[in-house]
Design a protein around this ligand. Structure first.
Ligand SMILES: *Cc1c(COP(=O)(O)O)cnc(C)c1O
Length: 469
């Protein structure tokens, strides 16, 4: 059939709307939505016909359209953003939403969201209050900083800082620290947007204090240090420690800004991890401004926390960008709760899901892996082979890039079914399951999987493999 014939034979939307099957969908939603979806299905087909080079297209029947309508209808109505099971073992997985809230947080946060709150009301005076007041005292106590401000994310925190402190001036950064985070955050671009001029000094692997020194001019407005959180330069390297940069800045009356990236508030070495510079260490070293994320190692909501000397924070509060980057009550509430966990360091890793996953003992992971293997194995009908072995998980979120967290994983090797098709079906399951795949085996890392999901995972894998068998 030629293209014109195919296009002429497309059933009309009006006719489709009269069909008994379509009426059922209309009753479930609205005539507008059904019309919208029908037009979309037809338009898609029309485009395919027009693009078809080989003349392989068949006429589009009413039945085919109704089948497609049913599928698109349920996809359109059901929530598109939904829970998934993270089998990758990467704890702060940016594509999977970074840090998780705990069950306990749910109640507190929900109370604030579903009721009126004193978000901007000072209960002692009855006057207008500040949404930041719920957070500032706790942040100051935990970090030791003079003052604090919170914006939507760390990218906004860096932009606000540079724009408030160094607009129209030069900012000196080491060439080894011109980081890119997740593609869209690049220090040179943020700098440009802020109205400050980037002066990169030193070389990729080595920057000395004299490199900063020889580039300070009348135009210099600040010195910036960026934590190279998602990579490490190794071998023949040299960077200027924060403390030295601060001393140098003091001598020149230049503020020192540090973008810490992840922002750890506890010493991870105590839990057998590599040393990650803590926020408190940066405050002690005397940085004027420090910025970090709320949803990386801190374990809270998406947010950018800015701490430092009062004079600079005051300047930022007057910047219109602060209003544009304002956090909402969900962030205030959940971040306050997270911060309150840090008031008791002994319990913090148990209370914050991200931290408890990162610090989960290897013996516990072996136990979880054995249990998961057993549950999946119970429903195995000889269609795949199961085993466990030692492996490594990642922290993720651009934090501790070299840290290999020892774990025990479950490995599934499918006998006949191609792994890519199982992977796709797992992604399309009612609660999608995201595994790791390596050497044609599927890997499930129990570090990031909740035990209450084990049964669901087993049933889903079994169903998929049988369907594809
Ligand atoms: C992650 C990161 C950012 C961006 O933080 P977001 O909270 O994702 O906006 C900026 N700088 C560094 C060094 C980072 O690691």
């Amino acid at each position: 059939m030629n293209k014109n014939q195919l296009l002429r034979e497309i059933p009309s939307v009006d006719r489709l709307l009269q069909k008994e099957e379509t009426l059922i969908f209309i009753r479930k939603s609205s005539v507008e939505l059904v019309t919208h979806l029908l037009r979309r299905i037809i338009e898609e087909y029309r485009k395919k016909v027009l693009a078809d080079q080989k003349g392989q297209m068949h006429p589009l029947s009413e039945e085919q359209i109704i089948t497609k309508l049913e599928k698109e209808m349920s996809q359109f109505i059901e929530m598109n953003l939904k829970q998934v099971i993270n089998g990758t073992g990467t704890v702060l997985h940016t594509n999977l939403g970074r840090a998780l809230f705990s069950e306990e947080m749910k109640e507190e946060v929900w109370k604030v969201l579903s009721n009126y709150s004193n978000l901007e009301l000072d209960l002692s005076t009855g006057k207008r209050g500040s949404r930041y007041s719920h957070l500032v005292e706790k942040i100051k106590f935990i970090t030791g900083a003079e003052d604090a401000l919170v914006v939507n994310n760390n990218a906004a925190a860096v932009l606000l800082t540079l724009s408030s402190i160094a607009k129209g001036k030069e900012v000196i950064v080491s060439r080894g620290e011109l980081v890119e985070i997740g593609g869209a955050f690049r220090i040179p671009d943020v700098m440009e947007q802020s109205g400050a001029t980037l002066v990169d000094v030193g070389t990729t692997n080595k920057t000395h204090l004299r490199d900063y020194e020889s580039n300070v001019t009348e135009e210099t407005g600040a010195l910036l240090k960026v934590h190279t959180s998602n990579y490490k330069i190794m071998g023949f390297t040299k960077e200027v420690p924060l403390k030295e940069l601060v001393d140098f800045g003091k001598g020149k009356s230049l503020p020192v800004i540090e973008d810490l990236g992840s922002g750890v508030l506890i010493d991870l070495e105590k839990y057998g991890l590599a040393h990650e510079p803590t926020v408190q260490e940066s405050v002690k070293a005397g940085a004027d401004i420090i910025t970090f994320s709320g949803d990386k190692l801190l374990g809270g909501p998406q947010a950018g926390i800015i701490i430092g000397k009062r004079e600079w924070i005051d300047k930022m509060k007057k910047n219109p960008l602060t209003r544009a980057f304002r956090i909402d009550k969900m962030t205030v509430s959940s971040l306050e709760m997270i911060l309150s966990y840090y008031l008791r360091e002994e319990t913090v890793v148990n209370k914050i899901p991200g931290l408890s996953m990162i610090t989960m003992p290897y013996e516990r992971l072996v136990e979880k892996a054995e249990k998961l293997k057993q549950i999946i194995g119970k429903k195995n009908e000889g269609l795949f082979t199961l085993s466990t072995r030692e492996d490594y998980s990642q922290v993720g979120g651009g934090s501790l890039p070299l840290e290999q967290l020892k774990t025990e994983v479950v490995i599934i090797e499918f006998h006949k079914t191609p792994i890519s098709s199982v992977e796709k079906a797992l992604r399309e399951a009612s609660i999608p399951i995201i595994p790791r795949v390596s050497n044609d085996a599927m890997i499930l890392d129990p570090r990031t999987i909740n035990e209450r999901d084990f049964d669901y995972i087993a049933t889903t894998i079994q169903r998929i493999v049988k369907e594809k068998h």
